[in-house]
Design a protein around this ligand. Structure first.
Ligand code: F3S
Length: 284
């Protein structure tokens, strides 16, 4: 049997990440100060690379008063309505790279909360996307991440509810939580706002890692979707490596005679995937 290298079809940037990345890349040539509100992607290589080319990360809106005017790029995670308004009133040029799938959630939350529904966001309360979503409700929102929290939540029979999800939430877990909600409330509007990019990548990782002798997952340690891919692959393939860049794996791979599968998280740039792929094909 000879070695075979298979790159997962949807490895790397999702649609929204690509859009944010290109917005910054294109803006650099404009010759004005370029900022991103928060790190553009969950990938330290990209953020560092952009920093070296003069792009600055704004971490707090109070910084706006002391910075030279230029262009601010809002990342794909999106921002709350208050942040959005503060940014657009700041005198800076704004490029809104909020992923359209996240924007759709903002619109649902704003409309349904204005119409009187209580908002429940299924997701991680510490994730910037979720914090942004909560900030589009006109009267706050409850974030629920697991079944214990769902059990603890007390539904008011006189109120109506709208449930949305963080785009990267696990589809099955969302379904379980929705069933718990539906048992306890009659007036509940469920909007499944999970993005397929994550599910597709996970299904491919599952299938590939079942056949692989060695699996390589490329992603930043901070990226939750990359970590999830690693867990899936590791459960099917003992020899799974979680790496951030090529140098993490050079000289570490065993001699392989079967299939080497490669996948990458949604914020992993193409050039790193290509470097790893070429090394595994030619040098292992
Ligand atoms: Fe958008 Fe889905 Fe990526 S919501 S940012 S395309 S994971």
């Amino acid at each position: 049997m000879s070695k075979e290298v298979v790159l997962s079809e949807n490895a790397g940037f999702c649609f929204g990440a690509n859009r944010g990345y290109n917005a910054v890349k294109d803006a650099i040539s404009e010759g004005i100060p370029i900022y991103t509100y928060g790190p553009i992607l969950n990938n330290s290589f990209i953020v560092k690379g952009f920093e070296e080319r003069g792009v600055r990360v704004i971490n707090d809106l109070s910084e706006l008063d002391s910075l030279p005017k230029g262009k601010i790029i809002i990342r794909s995670h999106g921002v709350s309505k208050a942040e959005y308004e503060r940014l657009t009133d700041s005198g800076f040029e704004i490029f809104d790279a909020t992923c359209p799938f996240v924007k759709r959630i903002h619109r649902i939350v704003e409309k349904e909360s204005m119409g009187g529904r209580e908002i429940i966001v299924v997701g991680n309360p510490r994730h910037p996307e979720v914090m942004g979503i909560v900030g589009w409700s006109v009267k706050g929102a409850t974030v629920i991440e697991n079944s214990e929290e769902a059990d603890r939540f007390s539904f008011d029979p006189d109120k109506s509810y709208c449930v949305v999800s963080q785009t990267t939430f696990n589809r099955n877990k969302f379904q379980e939580l929705v069933e718990l909600f539906e048992k306890r409330s009659y007036n509940i509007l469920v909007m499944n706002t999970i993005c397929d990019a994550t599910g597709v990548r996970q299904t491919e990782a599952e299938e590939l890692s079942k056949r692989a002798e060695v699996m390589i997952v490329i992603g930043d340690r901070q990226s939750s979707n990359s970590k999830k891919l690693y867990e899936i692959c590791k459960s099917n393939c003992e020899q799974t490596y979680f790496i951030q860049e090529l140098s993490d794996i050079v000289g570490r791979l065993p001699k392989v005679s079967g299939l080497v599968g490669i996948t990458a998280g949604a914020s992993t740039p193409k050039y790193i995937i290509e470097e790893v792929q070429s090394y595994v094909r030619n040098d292992v």
